[in-house]
Design a protein around this ligand. Structure first.
Ligand code: MN
Length: 262
């Protein structure tokens, strides 16, 4: 009965507001910004939507739409199979990842001030260790969420922040990724920016370290999150199951957090 009491108490706590349900998801619509890759590569398919019927002669009593987008559009999940370094892992796609791995405690690194001052701000191991001094060691199976307040940039140009030399958006110093993946054994990282790597990460060694090393370690990513400012540094739980696309490299998803009342 212990387990059922836990779940009953959780449901009561949600009903009373003692536990808040925080939506970490951006709206998904045609204007949702997508990643821009160098011109020689295939580009992300933006979100498209069309009406099948809307209580009309195509369907008198019902409204429904079709939609089309890349797997990496809007708030989305990155599976290990997304990257060449993760392609040979077992259970590395959206349909085969163990479902327990979609739920984990949140550790929120609040770098809003740093990212506002420097759009190329990178989280370092020292930064993470300073966070742990205050909030405790990052537990295994955590989602490490990188708060930058980037989601508050509602103008797509400011959000993508493209310049002649590419995007300028915050991310991870390369050596932080093996530290988080191996020494802390996290589930994955979540960011507010359009992708899990820094805008300039194509120039890093290795290039795109979060994708290369996180997926190489069979870990996950969450991109284009919002409302991270609504979460405490520790104590919240992230729920992030992607669509069960067969051999999917990722998918748009609804990301929720359960957080203690403020
Ligand atoms: Mn992605």
């Amino acid at each position: 009965m212990g387990h059922s009491n836990t779940l009953t108490e959780l449901m009561l706590s949600i009903a009373t507001g003692e536990v808040r349900v925080v939506d970490l998801t951006q709206p998904l619509e045609p204007k949702t910004p997508v990643l821009q890759l160098p011109a020689e590569f295939a580009q992300a398919t933006p979100f498209e939507i069309g009406t099948l019927s809307e209580y009309d002669d195509r369907g008198p009593a019902w409204y429904w739409n079709w939609f089309k987008c890349s797997e990496h559009t809007g708030t989305h999940f990155d599976a290990p199979i997304h990257w060449v370094t993760g392609k040979d892992h077992e259970n590395n796609a959206t349909d085969t990842i163990p479902v327990e791995n979609f739920i984990g405690p949140a550790c929120v690194l609040d770098a809003a001030a740093e990212a506002t001052a420097d759009p190329d701000f990178l989280v370092t191991i020292d930064y993470i260790k300073a966070w742990e001094e205050k909030h405790g060691r990052i537990p295994a199976r955590s989602w490490v969420l990188f708060r930058t307040d980037w989601s508050k940039r509602t103008d797509p140009e400011a959000y993508l922040n493209m310049h002649d030399d590419g995007a300028h958006t915050p991310g991870w110093a390369p050596d932080t990724i093996p530290f988080l993946a191996e020494e802390r054994d996290i589930l994955g990282v979540g960011v507010e920016t359009v992708g899990t790597d820094a805008g300039q990460a194509g120039t890093f060694d290795p290039a795109y370290p979060c994708h290369t090393l996180m997926h190489g370690a069979n870990k996950y990513g969450l991109a284009s999150l919002t409302n991270l400012d609504q979460l405490p540094p520790t104590g919240a739980i992230v729920i992030a199951p992607p669509l069960k696309i067969v051999r999917g490299s990722g998918s748009p998803l609804r990301v929720l957090a359960l957080a203690p009342a403020k």
